[in-house]
Ligand binder design. Structure first.
Ligand SMILES: [Zn+2]
Length: 174
């Protein structure tokens, strides 16, 4: 069961300065962040070498989905580009010796814009195919919410969350 802990500000003490996922000695800190309206809250979190690698790792399915997304986006963008090219050739006001140059220019522009927007839209879908191990490391700690002077962190492991709460006592105000 996930558990949330609220801390003052944005700097947290992690128990034993150990990896937040597996408690091995930490190798490096990673900034996790959350965006709310136009504000970004970042919290620096310790991870061990293995968990850092898992955070970055892509599952074979994820790689396949990314490849498919790239190929499909390119194919659709290409079809769109060819369509624009043929349309431009029929524009009466461009009739003349340079119409093919305009057609190529606008066709290429259409391919680039279509590919960019399709790719940006389709690619994030591949993140659903992360391995369970990678997902577990990413879920170890998340920023659930924040406001001006507090940050609420969500921990996948309840026992860890309790130890975390003990070393991060909140200054009681009022
Ligand atoms: Zn670890």
């Amino acid at each position: 069961m996930a558990r949330t802990v609220q801390i003052d500000g944005d700097s947290a003490i992690f128990p034993g300065d150990a990896c937040v996922h597996c408690l091995r000695p930490f190798e490096d800190r990673v900034s996790i962040y959350r965006v709310k309206r136009s504000t970004v809250r970042r919290v620096s979190v310790p991870f061990c070498t293995e968990c850092l690698a898992l955070r970055e790792a892509k599952s074979p399915t994820q790689i396949q989905v990314e490849r498919f997304a790239t190929a499909a986006s390119f194919l659709l963008a290409w079809i769109g580009g060819v369509w624009v090219y043929t349309r431009v050739l029929t524009w009466p006001f461009l009739a003349g010796e340079r119409e093919w140059a305009w057609a190529i220019l606008l066709g290429v522009l259409a391919v680039v814009i279509l590919f960019g927007s399709l790719y940006l839209f389709v690619r994030p879908l591949s993140e659903r195919f992360r391995s369970p191990e990678t997902q577990a490391v990413l879920n170890a700690v998340k920023i659930r919410d924040f406001d001006w002077d507090t940050t609420t962190l969500e921990f996948a492991d309840e026992g860890y969350a309790e130890r975390f709460a003990l070393v991060n006592p909140r200054e009681t105000k009022e």
